[in-house]
Structure formats: structure tokens, C-alpha cells
Ligand binder design. Structure first.
Ligand code: ATP
Ligand code: MG
Length: 405
């Protein structure tokens, strides 16, 4: 057994000593059988949440209603979930209530795919009532039980199926695939936040994200995703480019937005319920792409205002889109970055107060405009970044009597 399981063993031992059953389950067992080691271990138990809370000193009640308690042990967090089956999925939301059950097999039967419905006991013995190991060997994603029922119950599983294709480089079983095509429209019934989590895991699946994105287009799933309606061709183009270079998640979003020719980025991301941080980063990348399209030389001011990291991403995306080599532009970026006299406005040798004094004028819109002019000149090397030089330069090219900024 691998290290992460050995570290989690005392939790299972404690539960067993108290008379309960407990097993390793979910993604950690699947990945262990695939020979991919991972940190987060999930445990399923016959103990009720209150039993778990009573048995361990440090717990966090993260989802008592759904049977989940986090147990803190040796600086690690373990999700311990009571054996359960899901109650009604009303209006395609998460089950409003769950029913705790006593058998492991029942618990495994509510899980989405056969490869995710495998348990392992404390001795490393595998419990696999739905032949998940066979599907692992055949690299197949298929639902536990009838796919139509399972996708109707929770349409998020459609996105989960495709994201496992992406992460594991597996195929959908023919039945599962047909059923997804029939039920893709149900994706509009569930919250965008849940879809986004799976979609982003799909994008960052290093192994087969091209295959997964192509599959979205093939099964017409995009018609039920925010602002991707009828964009199968664009998605295919996106898939091909994603496979040509390892991109970060933000870079992928920027690339997608560029390919879709989205103008209102904010609206796009709002529909996807994305974070503001993501909007900001993508906007920077898209600005760099646009600037490089207009003029192939990098400007020092662009590097200064967007920051070298964002510019680097923009360059990579631009070259990917234009099918150009990025080496020369990246070297240029490095040269510019190293020669920038300042990296932020606060490093300027003057402040607004200096300007107010030199021009003997009250603050106003002219002030920020003048600061920006000085900033630009400093960054472009037209004037050295010290007070005296800036004063001389500024008062020569823009004497107080003519300051109309
Ligand atoms: P990973 O953690 O690598 O993203 P995972 O398989 O552990 O993958 P989680 O979302 O962490 O996925 O869920 C843990 C387990 O819970 C799954 O392996 C599966 O057994 C079950 N599960 C999760 N979501 C669903 C769902 N929507 N329907 C049915 N079972 C689910
Ligand atoms: Mg998990």
C-alpha cells in the first residue's frame, strides 16, 4: 500500500475498533489502481457523522447533512463519509436529503462510474461489485447501472464523464456515450458553478484534453454550456491548439475567448460564474495578443503595465494562434524585462506632491495625466528615474505656463 493510505490507516483502525466498517473509496482507490499516487484520501464508513465526531479529537463538520465529516490527522485532512444513498434529486439540484445505509455495496451503487465505485479495505483488499477494475483495464468510463437513469438523476455526471476522459485518457462506453447525447440538454438544469468545476478539470486534464473537448463538440454538449451554443467548430479549433502546447487554465480561457471572438469578456465570465481574478488575468492576456497583432514589436510600456508573466502568456498564445515560433519574442521580452528602470509606479522618484509644488497648481485631472506621462518616459528610458532629471525634463517639455494636461 502506498504512503498516503498508510498515513490514513489509523483513522480506519479507530473506526473498526469502535465496531464500525470503514474503507478507502473514490478517486484515491481508482488512481491507486492506475498506479497514480495522490494525496487526498476519502473514507466511507458505517459510522454516523456524530459517531465520527465523537471518535476523533479534531473534526470539521463540512457536510453533516450529506454524512461528511473531515477528520484532521497528522496535518492531513480526510473526508469521512457515512455509507449513504442519495434521496430525491429534486429539480436536478443536489439531493435534498440523503439516506444513511449500512452496507458498503449500497454506498458504492450510488456512485457515478464503475471506476469510481471501488473500495479498498485496510489490508489492501479490493471490493469491486460493479467490475470497475475491468473498466480500468479497458480504459472505459461507464455508469454504475442504467446510464439514462443515472444522468437523469444528476446531469452533472455528463460533465464528470467527459472530464474523466480528459484526465485519464479513457473512452466512454458505447451505452454511456449514447445516453450522454440524449441527455446533454439536462445540463441547463444544474448550477453553472458545478458545471464550471468539472469543465475546468476537463480543460486541465493533461493527458487527453483535446479528446475531451472534441467529444463535447461531437456530442453537442456545447449547446448547453454558457455562450458556447452552436460553437462546435470553434471548440474543435480550440481543442487542436490546446493539444499543441501545455497551457495554464487562464491561458486556455483566454484562447477560447479569442477563438470565439467574444467582445464582452465580463459578460462571458459572468455567465460562467467565474472569479474576478480570472477575468482580470484573461483580459491582460487578450490585450497582449491584440497588441502583438497590431504591431509585432513588443513595447516596453506593455511589459511594464501588464507585467512580464502576463506578457509571456500573451506571447505564447499569440504565437500559437499565428503558428509562429515564440523564441525570438520571448528573448526580446527577457531583454526588456531586465532593462526596465522601474517595475511599479511606486518606484518612481517623484510623487504627485512634487508636481503640485513644481506647477504651483491644485490637484486635479492634470495631475494623474502628468504622472502617467512621466511614468511612460521613465519606462521608455527617455528620462532617468531621479527627481532632478525628471523635473528638468518635465519643465522643459511642458513648462508650467503651458500645462494643459
Ligand atoms: P478527483 O478527486 O480526482 O477529482 P474523484 O473521483 O475523487 O476525482 P470527487 O468529486 O472527489 O471525484 O468525488 C469523490 C467520489 O464521490 C467519486 O469518486 C464518486 O465515487 C463519488 N461522486 C462524486 N460526484 C458524484 C456524482 N455527481 N454522482 C455520483 N457519485 C459521485
Ligand atoms: Mg476526490
Amino acid at each position: 500500500m502506498e504512503e498516503p493510505f498508510i498515513k490514513a490507516k489509523p483513522i480506519i483502525e479507530t473506526l473498526i475498533e469502535a465496531g464500525f466498517e470503514a474503507y478507502f473509496v473514490g478517486g484515491s482507490v481508482r488512481d491507486h489502481l492506475l498506479g497514480r499516487s495522490r494525496g487526498d484520501i476519502d473514507i466511507a464508513t458505517s459510522a454516523l457523522p456524530e459517531d465520527v465526531q465523537a471518535l476523533f479529537d479534531r473534526t470539521i463538520p463540512v457536510g453533516i447533512k450529506h454524512g461528511t465529516v473531515v477528520v484532521l490527522h497528522n496535518q492531513e485532512m480526510y473526508e469521512v463519509t457515512t455509507f449513504r444513498i442519495d434521496g430525491d434529486y429534486q429539480d436536478f439540484r443536489r439531493p435534498s436529503k440523503v439516506e444513511f445505509v449500512t452496507s458498503l455495496e449500497e454506498d458504492l451503487s450510488r456512485r457515478d462510474f464503475t471506476i469510481n465505485a471501488i473500495a479498498m479495505d485496510i489490508h489492501g483488499t479490493i471490493i469491486d461489485p460493479f467490475e470497475g477494475q475491468k473498466d480500468l483495464k479497458n480504459k472505459l468510463i461507464q455508469t454504475v447501472g442504467n446510464p439514462d437513469d443515472r444522468f437523469l438523476e444528476d446531469p452533472l455526471r455528463i460533465m464528470r464523464a467527459i472530464r474523466f476522459v480528459s484526465q485519464l485518457d479513457f473512452e466512454l462506453s458505447p451505452e454511456t456515450k449514447k445516453s450522454i447525447k440524449r441527455h446533454a440538454h439536462l445540463l441547463t438544469k444544474i448550477s453553472v458553478e458545478r458545471v464550471l468545476v468539472e469543465f475546468e478539470k476537463l480543460l486541465t486534464g493533461q493527458t487527453a484534453n483535446k479528446k475531451a473537448i472534441m467529444l463535447i463538440a461531437e456530442l453537442q454538449i456545447q449547446n448547453y454550456l454558457p455562450l458556447l451554443d452552436n460553437k462546435a467548430e470553434e471548440l474543435r479549433q480550440f481543442a487542436v491548439l490546446c493539444s499543441q502546447q501545455a497551457l495554464t487554465l487562464e491561458e486556455q480561457w483566454a484562447l477560447l475567448i479569442h477563438i470565439l471572438k467574444i467582445e464582452d469578456i465580463e459578460f462571458f465570465f459572468r455567465q460562467w460564474k467565474s472569479s474576478n481574478e480570472r477575468i482580470k488575468t484573461c483580459r491582460l492576456y487578450l490585450n497582449v495578443i491584440a497588441e502583438l497583432k497590431n504591431c509585432t514589436n513588443l513595447s516596453r510600456y506593455t511589459v511594464y503595465t501588464y507585467g512580464p508573466e502576463a506578457v509571456k502568456s500573451g506571447i505564447r498564445l499569440y504565437c500559437l494562434l499565428e503558428n509562429k515560433q515564440s523564441d525570438a519574442v520571448l528573448t526580446e521580452l527577457q531583454t526588456i524585462t531586465q532593462s526596465l528602470p522601474i517595475v511599479a509606479r511606486k518606484e518612481m522618484a517623484i510623487t504627485g506632491n512634487d508636481l503640485i509644488e513644481w506647477y504651483s497648481k491644485k490637484g486635479g485631472p492634470w495631475l494623474s495625466k502628468t504622472i502617467e506621462i512621466v511614468e511612460r518616459a521613465v519606462v521608455n528610458g527617455e528620462v532617468e528615474n531621479n527627481k532632478e532629471n525628471i523635473k528638468e525634463w518635465l519643465l522643459t517639455c511642458n513648462p508650467p505656463s503651458e500645462n494643459n494636461y
